[in-house]
Design a protein around this ligand. Structure first.
Ligand code: NAD
Length: 284
């Protein structure tokens, strides 16, 4: 088992920036890449603000915080990842785009490096098939926001080796996370259960069962969830929710997973949730 000392994170959106922060605070050298330079700058700013906030609240010692920021570097291209021990991919939830990235990474990173995906739902076995290192490909599914949420869902593809699994598990534990292991089926454990609930909340709104506020209040106070399903969908990103429902629908072959037309319409309208200032709710 290799000791992980450096990580390349691809995708600097809500998940990638959180994963990069977590890795830097836990002593790893981090390279962060995003194909959109504005997203990359935004990620670096948000990580720096979060670390300063942790320092000012006394939750992180200043020396450790400053050291974390020094170890976090921007990668202008994937070629900067040539010496990292593991890559954690957190780009758009699209099998085609992720496969292209994995094929590229396979040619770019050193032979011993692990390629991990933060995918919410896509088959790890199929992502691994884009590489010639399928034994070193694994699902490492963080929850949102990664620095705070305690869980990492680990998903082994058909060829993932014990060594890759053990190294990834150790890394997640070093980040202070509790691990669950899922077989490689669409949506794994968490989203197999969560997304149909969110989709059903959209159906309830779509068919006029109740207002969005009452649906959310019902689930918060009625089932003790910290956020209502529609509020949570806005937090996750409606585009991400829709992509996951499509993967569940295609992968599990049951019409019960068909995305609600209202969810589709909101995404078509660019109402992607908090990150766009409007989703089910308006945040402006
Ligand atoms: P996001 O839209 O916030 O960020 C995605 C980032 O990836 C963007 O900055 C985009 O510019 C970048 N990107 C897209 N294609 C790229 C490419 N080819 N190369 C480099 N960068 C690229 O999305 P997110 O919410 O951070 O989700 C990212 C991944 O994490 C998805 O696979 C998603 O399913 C998964 N995930 C999301 C959540 C959530 O709550 N949002 C939770 C767990 C896992």
């Amino acid at each position: 088992m290799v000791e992980i000392k450096s990580v390349g994170v691809v995708g600097g959106g809500q998940m990638g920036s959180g994963i990069a922060q977590l890795a830097a605070v836990n002593g790893l050298d981090v390279w962060l890449h995003d194909s959109d330079s504005a997203a990359l700058n935004k990620a670096l700013k948000s990580i720096s603000n979060n670390i300063q906030r942790l320092i000012s609240k006394g939750k992180l010692n200043k020396e450790k915080g400053d050291d974390s920021l020094r170890r976090l570097r921007c990668a202008s291209s994937l070629e900067d990842f040539h010496s990292v021990d593991i890559v954690i991919e957190a780009i758009v939830e699209s099998e085609d785009v992720k496969k292209k990235l994995f094929a590229h990474l396979d040619k770019t990173v050193k032979g011993s490096a692990i390629l991990a995906s933060n995918t919410s739902s896509i088959s790890i076995t199929r992502l691994a098939s884009a590489t010639i290192r399928s034994s070193q490909v694994i699902g490492m599914h963080f929850m949102n926001p990664p620095p705070i949420m305690k869980l990492v869902e680990i998903v082994r593809g058909a060829d993932t080796s014990d060594d890759t699994f053990n190294t990834t598990k150790c890394l997640a534990e070093r980040f202070g996370k509790t691990i669950i292991c899922s077989q490689d089926f669409s949506g794994f454990i968490v989203n197999r259960i969560l997304m149909p609930m969110i989709n059903e909340a959209f159906h309830a709104l779509y068919t006029g069962v109740a207002t969005m506020e009452d649906i959310d209040t019902g689930m918060k106070l009625g089932t003790n969830h910290p956020m209502g399903p529609l509020e949570l969908a806005d937090f996750i990103g409606l585009d991400v929710c829709l992509s996951i429902m499509k993967v569940l629908h295609a992968g599990l072959g049951d019409s019960k997973y068909a995305p609600c037309p209202l969810l589709v319409q909101y995404v078509d309208a660019g109402r992607l949730g908090r990150k766009r200032g409007i989703g089910v709710y308006n945040y402006s």
